[in-house]
Write a protein that binds this ligand. Sequence first.
Ligand code: ME8
Length: 511
Amino acid sequence: MKPKFFITTPIYYVNGAPHIGHAYTTIACDVMARFKRLDGYDVMFLTGTDEHGQKVEQAAATAGIDPQAFTDGTSALFRQLTDRLKISNTDFIRTTEDRHKCACQELWKRVRDNGQIYLGGYEGWYAIRDEAFYDEGELTTRPDGTKVAPSGAVAEWVIEPSYFFKLSEWGDRLLEFYETHPDFIAPASRRNEVISFVKSGLRDLSVSRTSFTWGVKVPGDDAHVMYVWFDALTNYITAAGFPDESAALWDFWPADLHVVGKDILRFHAVYWPAFLMAAGIAPPKRIYAHGWWTAGGEKMSKSLGNVIDPQDLAEQFGLDSLRYFLLREVPFGNDGTFSRKALISRLNTELANDLGNLAQRSLSLIARNCDGELPDDETASQADDELLGAANALVELVRARMERQAFGDALEDIWKVIRAANAYIDHQAPWALKKTDLVRMRCVLRVLVDVLRVVATLLQPFMPDKMAEMLDQLGVPPDMRQIADLDRPLLSGVALPAPKGVFPRFVDEAE
Ligand code: ME8
C-alpha cells in the first residue's frame, strides 16, 4: 500500500475575490502534493472556503441577500480559481456544509467533556453600529470621555456571555510539544516567535459569540455560535472524516502539512494543537508559514486598487511560468515584491534560454542526425559520467529540499544541472562532432536526453503541462514518469516526435 500524505491550504475568507496571495499558497501546496504523488504517495490535498462570521453576515446584509446565497456566490470564485489554476486538490471544503458543522459540534463536545470549556463573560470595547469589539489602542477619546472606534462609531464597555477555552492551562504542554517535535513549526525563525509568544503566557480564549448568528451553533446552547477560528480550524479534521474515526479517510490524520501565510501562524501553531490535544486528538505533524507578497512594496488591497489577479497573469505568461516564478523568485518563508519585469526576466533566461534551448538544441540534432531515433546509452568519457552523476544525484537532493518546503532551493539544485548540461553541450559541440566522430556525437546526445529526462521528471510538480510536453518530446512513455521509474533506462532506437520549442521567449509589447 502507498504511504499517505495529507496537505492543506488555509480555507479562504469569502469576503473578497481571490488574488495572487491566495493563488500562491494554493500553488505551493499543489507543487508539494504533486511531488509526493510523483514520489509514490497517496495524497489527500484539501482546500476550501471559510464562510462564517460577523463580517460575512454583514456583507450579505449590505448586499441584501441571505448569507448562504452570498457565500455560495463568493465560494464559487475560489473554486473557479482552483480549476483555472489546474490545482490537483482532492477535496474542496466549505464550512457551511453539514459534514463540517457536525465535526465542529463533536470537537466542541469532546473538549467540553474534558473540562476545557467554561461559560464566562467576554469583556471589551464594543461598537454596536459596527457589531465589533475593539482594542483600547484602536480607540480615540472625545473630550467628554466617550470612546470612538476608527469607523467613528461610539464604543461602550460591554460584557457579553461567552464560552472560554482554558488555553491558559496549555502553555507548558505546548512548549513540550514544540520541544519534542522540532519540525512542527517552520521556518525556524517563525518557530522561535511562536515559542516566545507561548512563553509570555497564554490567556483563556473566548470561543463563542452571542452578538451574531451566522456560525455553527454551540451544542446545548443555541444562543451562542462558535468563534470563527474554532470553526475554521476544524475543517482539517472534517475533511479527514471526523468524527468517524473508523473510516478509511481518518488514516490521513494527523495531517502531514498545513501550509499557511505568516499572518495566521499563531492560530495554527498554538490554538489548533491545544484544541486537538484537549479533545484527545493528535495534532498535525507540521505547519509551514510562508511570507507575504506585496505589490511594489505595498500591501495589496481593493481600496488601493493594486490587487494582482493570478488569472490575468496565467493568461498572459502561461500558468506554468507563473508557478515557476512564484516558487523561484522568493525563498518560501520570505516576503516578496511582485514584479512583472522579474517574471519576464526569469521566463526568458531560465525557462526559454537555459532549459528550453537546451532541449531544443539537443532534440533537433537528434532529429537531423540520428534519424530522429534515441541513440544508445553508452557513456565514453569522464565528462559524460560527471554530468549523468550530477543528474542522478538530483533525486535525493530535491527530495530533501521538498521535505523542508525549500522550493526555491530545489529549483536551484535542478538549475545547477541544467547549467552544467549547457556547459557540456557547448564543450562537446555535437554539431561539430557530426563531421568528425558520429559515434561520439550520438553518445553526447544520448547523455543530454538522459539528463533532460531526470530534470523534466523532477520539474513536473512545478510545471505539469510544460514538462508533460517535454517528456513527450524526449520519448518518455507516460507510464515511466514517476521518480521510481528513473531507474528504468529509456529504450534506444525509439522514434522521437519532431522537436518543438517548449518555452517560447516572451516579447514584452508593453516595453
Ligand atoms: O485568514 N501574500 O483567510 P484569508 C501571501 N479564513 N499570501 C497571502 C497573501 C499575500 N499578500 N494574502 C493572502 C484566513 N494570502 C482564514 C484562514 S484557516 C483555518 C482560516 C494567503 O482569506 C495566505 O496563505 O484571509 C494567508 O494565510 C491566507 O491567504 C489568508 O486567507
